[in-house]
Every structure is written in C-alpha cells, then in structure tokens.
Design a binder for this molecule. Structure first.
Ligand SMILES: CC(C)(COP(=O)(O)OP(=O)(O)OC[C@H]1O[C@@H](n2cnc3c(N)ncnc32)[C@H](O)[C@@H]1OP(=O)(O)O)[C@@H](O)C(=O)NCCC(=O)NCCS
Length: 110
C-alpha cells in the first residue's frame, strides 16, 4: 500500500514492513526501511527497495539516496544488490577539533 505523507513524502507499507520515500528537488531519499524480525530474509525488504526505485523512475528522479550505518551489514548488502554505492559527500569542508591536527597546523603569522 502507498500512502502520501505530508511534505511530499510517500510511505510504502506491506504486511511485513514499511519504508519512506521523500524528495529533495529531483533526488529521492529512502528512509526508515523496516521489516518485522520474523519476516526477514524472505525477500520483503527487496520488494520495498524495488518499489522505491520504480516510483523514483516514474517521477523521473535523478538519483536515489539513503543513509545506512556502515556496520549494518544486512541493510548494506540489500542496497548493494540494487546498485547502491557509497558516496563521497561533495562540497563540504571541516576542521577536526581533536587537537592533533591543530598541533600539526603551520603556525599562524599573527
Ligand atoms: C535490512 C532489512 C530491511 C532487510 O530486509 P529483508 O526482508 O530481510 O531483506 P531481503 O530478504 O529482501 O534480503 C535481500 C538481501 O539483503 C541481504 N541481507 C538481508 N539480510 C541479511 C543478513 N542478515 N545478513 C547478510 N545479508 C543480508 C542479502 O544480500 C539478501 O539477499 P539474499 O537473501 O539473496 O542473500 C531488515 O533486516 C531490517 O528491517 N533490519 C532492521 C532495520 C534496518 O536496519 N533498516 C535499514 C536502515 S538503513
């Protein structure tokens, strides 16, 4: 079943779990993928991913993104089966504040 949520999101539910699909411009974002424990490893997660990809294609989205913890092996393997690859976050800058990098930084001229 597909339910339209507020803010342009979609909830896709089955008898075994659910997933949310939201949109940022032309990017579809998968979140909250969940299959009931007793029903795992029977292909139900795959069906939800397939449905998300199908909707994203129908809406002519340019890409589908998601966040997955690196140690969540079942989820990572599931997504990899459908072509998902790790991204490099572009256009971000950072300073590390653990002390080490600051000690190694060249001395300030002021
Ligand atoms: C991740 C999750 C959605 C997978 O759902 P599922 O219905 O079990 O997945 P499927 O049965 O469709 O499995 C598809 C593929 O995923 C991978 N996979 C799924 N469970 C796995 C496990 N426990 N260990 C290793 N690989 C696993 C396998 O590659 C599997 O293909 P295969 O069975 O042919 O080997 C489910 O485990 C879950 O709800 N986990 C808790 C919530 C969660 O972590 N959500 C993801 C947030 S990013």
């Amino acid at each position: 079943m597909i339910t339209i949520k507020g803010m342009g999101g979609i909830e896709i539910t089955s008898d075994y779990g659910h997933v949310y699909l939201t949109f940022i411009d032309t990017i579809a974002v998968i979140s909250d993928m969940y299959i009931n424990e007793a029903s795992r490893r029977k292909g139900h997660g795959s069906l939800l991913v397939i449905e998300c990809l199908s909707i994203a294609r129908q809406l002519r989205c340019s890409r589908v993104m998601l966040h997955v913890d690196l140690d969540n092996i079942p989820a990572k393997k599931l997504y990899e089966q459908y072509g998902f690859k790790k991204t490099v976050v572009e256009d971000h800058m950072e300073v590390i504040l653990n002390g080490k990098d600051q000690e190694e930084a060249p001395p300030s001229s002021v």
